[in-house]
Design a protein. Structure first.
Length: 187
């Protein structure tokens, strides 16, 4: 009789753990979908009320079948709701608009794509991607300044709520010379 192959170290054996791991690995897809919805004006358009995919595509100058798929994906994570073929803002959309695109913006997204560079060299990925320091880049454009200011987290409690809500377990901000420079994530 053959014994079942022993579980490899570090490989989740439980279905729920595998599902959670897939969600974590695919997290960039949700982030990118949120960015696209904001960038294309879909969220802003839905602030005016429920719309069909056709109406949203016309209002935003986008491809209807593609926008429909994006809306369905955002509905699966409760940012958008769908009822009778019409889409409206879901429970999480208010938080997205409150944060603005400063924290979720394309600038950050592209810089995070170079995280391995930072880990190898100790130099900021943002500088590598944009050729200048973050605040210099933001300060060059009034619209960027407005987005950044609108999306800034102003209190330690607000930062902890954001981290905890993002799935980091119980998060605690550890005060240092730069108030939010060190974060402890406690599972």
């Amino acid at each position: 009789m053959n014994d079942p192959e022993p579980a490899r170290s570090g490989v989740p054996s439980d279905v729920a753990e595998r599902r959670r791991l897939r969600q974590l690995l695919a997290g960039y897809q949700v982030s990118r979908a949120l960015l696209a919805a904001e960038e294309l004006g879909l969220v802003e358009s839905l602030e005016q009320g429920a719309k069909s995919a056709d109406e949203l595509a016309r209002a935003t100058g986008t491809h209807r079948p593609s926008v429909h798929r994006l809306l369905r994906a955002l509905a699966s994570v409760e940012v958008i709701t769908e009822r009778d073929g019409r889409f409206s803002l879901g429970p999480l959309a208010a938080g997205l608009r409150e944060l603005g695109t400063a924290r979720l913006g394309l600038e950050s997204y592209h810089a995070w794509g170079e995280l391995a560079h930072t880990l190898r060299t100790g130099t900021p990925a943002f500088d590598r991607v944009y050729g200048k320091r973050f605040y210099e880049y933001i300060g060059e454009n009034p619209a960027r300044v407005t987005r950044w200011e609108g999306g800034r987290i102003r209190t330690r409690d607000e930062y902890e709520r954001l981290l905890t809500g993002a799935g980091f377990g119980i998060a605690r901000v550890v005060p240092t010379a730069s108030e939010f420079s060190v974060i402890e994530a406690i599972s």
